[in-house]
Ligand binder design. Structure first.
Ligand SMILES: NC(=O)c1ccc[n+]([C@@H]2O[C@H](COP(=O)([O-])OP(=O)(O)OC[C@H]3O[C@@H](n4cnc5c(N)ncnc54)[C@H](O)[C@@H]3O)[C@@H](O)[C@H]2O)c1
Length: 440
């Protein structure tokens, strides 16, 4: 089948590449010329395990093509996936300007039947807005008779395992209002869902809302555990024991129950905000999600408070080793990473940093700059004469470090573990002053 994916970021590039890998002809379209030129040379704009090899292979074999010219990209396709960003607007709503721009452009150039697929995360009601702008543009050209359908097909991939998630999805949600579009979508996805029928057909508003519901539910679980972690710290309970205790309940399950320094990334913060906005816009108070957001915000401040209460209010002259900058492991994405708020909070009190992340340093430097921060290529190098170590992203190789070496390198053996990677008892025996989340 022939398709175009408009927006070649985390979602668009993975979507286009995985469809190409199943034998489809795919155009990946983006307005960012540098990104497109680099992709043609095999230089990827993002880090995602397994993606580079797939891009190079499918591009080399001609199934995957890159362009900045939307007219060229959509001229022969049956599907146009919209996978552009939907960042938070100032009021918290999802900013739909890129989605609607793409809709208008499709309307300007489409010549024959096309299924326009909203892959971006968009609020309930957006499909109708896209339908309207496409229709307006067709009318302007006197081509109001060109048929088209709008489908909602939200994406559930996770950065860090995006290719795997796309190829083996838990489910594929398709919101459609007619049989033809639904069947075409089902056919397109059939290669990914051969084992059991994991395609879920529903109406368009339900599909749009399902994506927000999923992210909001996961964010809620995280904030719930973070709130309980605070209670653990004053009562002597251990959040890790509580987590195991409830996660083993099949009605609850283990995922997303980890206490830490709060959720970040390009999706949860903005999607929780956008859903709050939608609820309020419809006359509801969004009580649960407002609390989820508040707890998440507090969790970063609590971590800063922990550091300050041990190291002092004035941190000038203090140097902190930072292990991990990305919002989570296996990605170079720094959008809304908790490390940003924590580093900035401590830096405003005079602290200096020696920071390490295996792949996010370049993106981190763009956000955090170089003031009072030096970046290193090895996690042990950050420890030289450090007053404390702050573990902010749970990269696998931090799990079993050489603790003797850590102690020797540091000025004082103080560890603030924002991701509960180590055992408090063991750390104590090793001679560390160890602070984690929700454990004594
Ligand atoms: N990143 C994730 O893990 C993830 C997961 C599921 C869903 N989503 C959703 O998918 C959407 C895309 O997210 P992302 O992380 O891939 O974004 P991104 O910022 O990585 O990529 C968006 C791309 O769209 C391009 N673009 C913007 N306007 C354009 C236009 N008019 N024409 C062509 N290209 C244009 C940008 O240049 C950029 O390359 C968002 O709605 C997001 O919420 C993201």
């Amino acid at each position: 089948m022939k398709l175009a994916v408009i927006g070649t970021g985390y979602v668009g590039l993975v979507t286009g590449t995985c469809f190409a890998d199943m034998g489809n002809d795919v155009w990946c379209i983006d307005i960012d010329k540098t990104k497109i030129e680099n992709l043609k040379k095999g230089v990827l704009p993002i880090y995602e395990p397994g993606l580079e090899e797939l891009v190079k292979r499918n591009y080399g074999e001609g199934r995957l093509r890159f362009t900045t010219d939307l007219r060229e990209g959509i001229s022969e396709v049956t599907f146009a996936f919209i996978a552009v960003g939907t960042p938070s607007d100032e009021d918290g709503s999802a900013d739909l300007q890129h989605v609607l721009d793409v809709g208008r452009q499709i309307g300007r150039f489409v010549e024959k039947y096309i299924v326009i697929v909203d892959k971006s995360t968009v609020p309930v009601g957006t499909a109708e807005k896209v339908r309207a702008v496409v229709g307006e543009e067709l009318e302007k050209r006197g081509k109001g008779d060109v048929p088209y359908d709008i489908v909602s097909n939200p994406e559930f991939l996770k950065e860090g395992s995006a290719v795997e998630d796309f190829i083996r999805p838990d489910r594929v949600i398709i919101g459609a209002d007619n049989q033809r579009a639904a069947e075409l979508m089902r056919e397109l996805y059939s290669t990914f869902v051969r084992k059991g029928d994991r395609v879920m057909l529903m109406d368009i508003p339900s599909a749009e809302l399902t994506k927000y519901a999923a992210n909001a539910m996961l964010a809620t679980r995280i904030s719930f555990m973070n709130e309980l972690a605070q209670l653990c710290e004053v009562t002597g309970a251990d959040i890790e024991s509580v987590r195991r205790g409830i996660g083993s309940d099949s009605r609850i399950g283990n995922a997303f129950l980890y206490a830490g320094i709060g959720y970040g990334g390009s999706c949860f913060p903005k999607d929780v905000k956008a859903l709050i906005y939608t609820l309020r816009g419809n006359g509801f108070k969004a009580r649960i999600l407002s609390a989820v957001e508040e707890v998440n915000h507090l969790q970063r401040n609590n971590f800063i408070d922990k550091v300050v209460s041990r190291m002092g209010e004035n941190l000038s002259g203090k140097t902190f080793a930072i292990w991990g900058l990305a919002f989570k492991p296996q990605t170079d994405d720094m959008r809304e990473a908790p490390s940003i708020a924590i580093i900035n909070g401590l830096r405003s009190r005079g602290a200096s940093f020696r920071a390490y992340d295996p792949i996010a340093v370049e993106n981190a430097r763009r956000i955090l700059g170089d003031e009072n921060i030096t970046y290193y290529n090895n996690n042990y190098e950050t420890l030289q004469a450090a007053d404390a170590l702050l573990l902010l992203t749970e990269w696998h190789h931090f799990r079993k470090p050489d603790f003797d070496k850590i102690k020797k390198l540091m000025k004082s053996p103080v560890v603030f573990d924002g991701r509960n990677q180590y055992e408090p008892d063991k750390m104590k025996k090793l001679g560390f002053n160890y602070y984690s989340i929700g454990r004594n």
